[in-house]
Design a protein around this ligand. Sequence first.
Ligand SMILES: Cc1cc2nc3c(=O)[nH]c(=O)nc-3n(C[C@H](O)[C@H](O)[C@H](O)COP(=O)(O)OP(=O)(O)OC[C@H]3O[C@@H](n4cnc5c(N)ncnc54)[C@H](O)[C@@H]3O)c2cc1C
Length: 428
Amino acid sequence: MSRTPHTRSYYAASAHDSPDRPCLAGPVDTDVCVIGGGFTGLSSALHLAEAGYNVVLLEAARIGFGASGRNGGQLVNSYSRDIDVIERAYGSELAGVLGNMAFEGAEIIRQRIQQYDIDCAYRQGGVFAAFNARQMHELKAQKKLWERYGHEQLTLLEQADIRDVVKTDVYCGGLLDMSGGHIHPLNLALGEAAALEELGGQIYEDSRVVAVERGNKVVVKTADGGLVRSQYVMIAGNAYLGNLIPELAAKTMPCGTQVVATEVLGEERARSLIPELYCIEDCNYKLDYYRITEDFRLLYGGGVTYGGGDPASIERFIRKKLETTFPQLRGVKIEYTWGGDFLLTLSRLPQFGRIGNNIYYAQGYSGHGVTTTHLAGKLIAEAIKGQAERFDAFASLKHFSFPGGRLFRAPYTAIGAVYYGLRDKLGI
Ligand SMILES: Cc1cc2nc3c(=O)[nH]c(=O)nc-3n(C[C@H](O)[C@H](O)[C@H](O)COP(=O)(O)OP(=O)(O)OC[C@H]3O[C@@H](n4cnc5c(N)ncnc54)[C@H](O)[C@@H]3O)c2cc1C
């Protein structure tokens, strides 16, 4: 059987070798069946396998096929909506519990890299870059907020300082987080998959789940006649899940975002853009994110297409952003372009929960998922082991349907984004 290829990205072109994994054909019994081979699924599976559970992971395409193998590779701490928003909406007790976990995801990744010797080009240091006084004011507030939760590795960058960190005139300041950083995400996913298999976990690729039959033992069926009978199920399909679980699809919306990788610039030219090779994301509502890869290309992403999918020309769309940030790269050759989908919730807070008492889910990281997916896996393993307090703190966040229903939610949300985009432009 021919394998589903990865999207044609820089990551797929520079991925480490990985074995051909079988498609599930017959019946299997297990303790936990994980649906989806991105960071949420892999992190859950790995934590559970470490705890001694038998785990079967079913992936519709290939390990890292979805957002986890295509993203900007940035380890961004906290959540897509910060702890202050949770504090205002839910009070200080819940904010305290979630705030104490806001920096754990990146730590889990660093542990994984070390424990399993995963070669994924980890580099330390991430910058949030501000275009205007309003965004700078928000970064100062974010620094204070994170420090209240014990996160001390932050340095404010005034206008003169940010020019030392990123060689562009577009920013007026920023915030450097030395516990952020960046990775080759597909190689991290492949390394985690290999670690899972070393612990006895079974991975099936090209095994799309088409039915989840609820009960004391959940029965999971795949498109090619595979069947898993499992005590617990973990749903980790995120933006690629479609309508498999209708109640999950109702309160989320897939969104596309696009990335390019330039030709190899060489170390000197790369450091003439970002001397310390930190990753950068700006503070706009529809933000740009970029970093230098291990082989010294500029990898640049940005934009959001509500409802998912890509614009007609990713190169034209992203080149404009890239050359606005770095006019010195005008005309640079772009060697890879690709897009991927992330999953948005209305509140932009992640959606965790249970269906019955043995089907778990975590999804909807709303654009910042590299770290929170790793936290999610740990919390799901804790919950299945019987310590559900931290998982339940996330599960208590309320989620609502997007206005406009399935037909109009994308245009309605796009209109809302125009408002926020205007605020960013005007700095108000
Ligand atoms: C282009 C892009 C750039 C991004 N950049 C960043 C960034 O720099 N930093 C950051 O923090 N976040 C970033 N994100 C978000 C982040 O990548 C995601 O939040 C995160 O990877 C989600 O992981 P996941 O495992 O939940 O989902 P995914 O990685 O999408 O994995 C879901 C998997 O489930 C599989 N699946 C779906 N349905 C089924 C089924 N029925 N049966 C079996 N398998 C199924 C899919 O094939 C897929 O492999 C970015 C996202 C994109 C798209």
